[in-house]
Design a protein around this ligand. Structure first.
Ligand code: GTP
Length: 419
């Protein structure tokens, strides 16, 4: 049997996703209508003999309990949340909860970074891992030479063994990067134990120097992958299907488009029909069944409308996510934006952002997760975000701005963070 572990971090992570992560944990943010990690759970539910999913993070268990109950009832699979008392790093939690992972005697287990969005190739990884008799297999993809420096980079030999692995190298190593999806055999806990004890002895020294990490902190990338590279037991499977991550809010719009596109092949039932849809539909659109959409609205391409949202007469929305209970009043337009929960957009208003898509002219380009400000201290153009319960007055324009929750906007805004 197999198991899967999804690493979701905790409230101190996902800071680049604010203000959207202020009232919902980032792993539960809806992309193409489903919480980010529901896409992981759905992919796991399709793997042969996968008996249990463990979610490890440092969010309060109560933040996730309702979601987990829903997932259990939809996918009929055992799912449990294991809470870290403090962030233990990408492998510290795996090691801390090793008995939970080993119980029931799985042969292998997946480790999935919760912020990855992809056309997961889990079954292929299982077949590859078995064939290679690997200790750990990394799902890998290509990046551009320049962007590779932001990821874990590896060099493979002819058989697919990882000869070198460097996390976020300062000079070029390879365009083959780590996707944050792994399959491990149980012996990996021995390597983790070695890293744990090495960390413990180092910690005695570090405590003296005031290092704040927990002594049980282990990084999968730094402490395990780098240690295993060149030993002949670490393999990578290069995969060329779509892969991205949810880091900034802009990357959620990008992932939204790709998951909607995947529904065409795998879940046509989730897409609004261009023929019988509630309004004019262009391209791939998800509309929650409880949302109300006026027949004269025009949606698309690449729009997700959340539960109980109201889209009034003549509204135009493109490349955007509208969250639960938001109201978009008549004749407003929303482009490249995220409209927060329970927000209200008055009539004839305009909300517009700038897409931050990968450069289409560069093969294998990934999204640039630009910092909020550029080196001149100016806000980098990005998608527009209205936080929870924002009210935008009629006929106003919000362009390339980030609006924190509960703001009342009564004038136009351009390139601003509205605190
Ligand atoms: P950067 O954000 O650029 O550092 O990229 P990264 O992809 O390397 O991110 P990171 O290693 O921080 O996180 C990878 C995944 O692991 C994310 O889904 C995080 O939520 C999760 N994660 C990171 N740290 C921890 C941790 O201490 N505990 C748990 N359970 N999950 C973690």
């Amino acid at each position: 049997i197999l198991k899967s572990v999804i690493l979701i971090g905790g409230p101190s992570k996902g800071t680049r996703f604010r203000p959207l992560s202020l009232d919902i944990p980032k792993p539960l943010f809806p992309v193409a209508g489903l919480p980010v990690i529901q896409h992981h759970i759905e992919a796991c539910s399709k793997v042969d003999n996968l008996s249990e999913i463990l979610i490890i993070g440092s969010y309060l268990a109560s933040d996730l309990s309702q979601f987990i109950q829903e997932m259990i009832s939809i996918y009929k699979i055992t799912i449990r949340y294991l809470q870290e008392f403090t962030p233990l790093g990408t492998a510290g939690g795996l090691y801390h909860f090793r008995d939970q992972i080993r119980s029931g005697g799985p042969t292998y287990f997946f480790v999935m970074n919760g912020d990855v969005c992809a056309d997961f190739s889990l079954q292929e990884i299982v077949e590859y891992h078995k064939e290679k008799q690997a200790l750990l297999t990394i799902m890998a993809t290509e990046a551009t030479r320049q962007q590779s420096l932001n990821f874990g980079c590896m060099v493979l030999d002819k058989e697919g063994k990882v000869a070198h692995y460097v996390e976020k190298p300062s000079t070029f190593v390879s365009t083959l990067i780590n996707c944050g999806i792994y399959l491990a055999s149980l012996d990996i806990f021995q390597t983790m134990a070695d890293a744990f004890y090495a960390g413990q002895s180092q910690e005695n020294f570090m405590q003296f120097n005031g290092n704040s990490k927990d002594p049980a902190h282990i990084s999968l990338e730094q402490d395990i992958l780098m240690r295993l590279a060149g030993t002949g037991r670490l393999f990578a499977l290069p995969v060329l299907k779509w892969w991205s991550q949810v880091k900034t809010a802009g990357s959620a719009i990008y992932a939204n488009r790709h998951y909607l596109n995947l529904y065409k092949a795998k879940h046509l039932d989730r897409l609004a029909s261009a023929v019988n849809g509630p309004c004019q539909i262009i391209g791939d659109i998800y509309i929650h069944p409880s949302a109300t959409v006026h027949e004269t609205a025009v949606l698309g391409p690449n729009v997700s409308i959340g539960p109980n949202a109201v889209i009034a007469r003549g509204v135009r929305i493109r490349e955007s996510i509208i969250l639960a209970n938001a109201h978009i009043q008549a004749h407003s337009i929303v482009l490249h934006s995220i409209v927060g929960k329970s927000s209200y957009v008055g009539e004839w208003a305009r909300i517009e952002g700038t897409p931050c898509d990968p450069n289409p002219d560069k093969p294998f380009a990934k999204m640039e997760n630009l910092p909020l400000f550029n080196t001149n201290g100016k806000l980098n153009p990005s998608i527009t975000i209205l936080g929870t319960s924002v009210r935008l007055a009629a006929e106003k324009i919000v362009l390339n701005s980030i609006v924190l929750p509960h703001k009342e906007l009564t004038r136009n805004f351009k390139n601003e963070i509205i605190l």
